[in-house]
Design a protein around this ligand. Structure first.
Ligand SMILES: C[S@@+](CC[C@H](N)C(=O)[O-])C[C@H]1O[C@@H](n2cnc3c(N)ncnc32)[C@H](O)[C@@H]1O
Length: 216
């Protein structure tokens, strides 16, 4: 018989798949599977659609999100990963920054039933333009495929005085001509000039040429 086990607070695993308890029972966000187990509704967390799920399945040791976490999320897109974090941080707030108007339309729909997400239409390269909308945060999560993704991350870590961060590095956005391994090494060295990198997890095969770097 299959047994649902809690892998991290608010993150569950059964038969090799990840789940989060659905904050809005009956509602799907991205056509994910819904299951019921011992009276609780869970949404499956797809590692091919969410780098956070990929990092967990690839062996992330510490999950820096808990029930009370306040998170600044840069590159929220249409809310796939944000929605799972909102299932976990039920008593926290997720400030979800996205600059695409199209993606923001979907994100606003997700927020209409999830009261712990605040959507912010802004360019993450300019934290001064949305600083007034963001309260105190425990974690910066960034998933932005831009050449200067590391600069954006550093700028926001410093601006909001955040203690912990997860940077989803997309090597190909930084330099297509350089081997991804070299890019990850370079980004890590650069981050270590200011922060302590506690984990580095390759997201292959779920997201090729991506690495999750955890600082804290
Ligand atoms: C790979 S997608 C994010 C996927 C999302 N994190 C998830 O897991 O559900 C990257 C997103 O970053 C957004 N983006 C890129 N540059 C940005 C910037 N400077 N400021 C804010 N968002 C940006 C893009 O519009 C895109 O929606």
């Amino acid at each position: 018989m299959s047994i649902m086990k809690e892998k991290f607070p608010g993150v569950y695993q059964m038969d090799g798949r990840l789940y989060t308890p659905n904050l809005v029972p009956g509602e799907k966000v991205y056509n994910e599977h819904i299951i019921h187990y011992e009276g609780v509704e869970y949404r499956s967390w797809n590692p091919y659609k969410s780098k956070m799920a990929a990092a967990i399945l690839k062996g992330l040791k510490t999950m820096p999100v808990s029930r009370n976490s306040n998170i600044l999320y840069l590159g929220a897109a249409n809310g796939t990963t944000v929605s799972h974090l909102s299932d976990i941080a039920v008593d926290g707030t997720i400030y979800a920054v996205e600059m695409s108007v199209r993606a923001m339309g979907d994100l606003v729909n997700v927020c209409s039933t999830r009261g712990n997400i605040i959507p912010i239409l802004a360019d993450a390269e300019k934290p001064d333009t949305y600083g007034m909308m963001v309260g105190s945060v425990d974690l910066l999560y960034q998933d932005i495929s831009q050449r200067d993704q590391m600069g954006i991350f550093m700028k926001n870590m410093e601006k909001f005085g955040v203690g912990q961060g997860i940077l989803m590095v997309k090597a190909r956005s930084i330099d297509v001509s350089m081997p991804p391994g070299k890019i990850f090494h370079r980004v890590r060295k650069e981050l270590e000039r200011k922060f302590r990198v506690t984990e580095a997890v390759s997201l292959s095969p779920y997201s090729r040429d991506h690495m999750a770097l955890v600082v804290g």
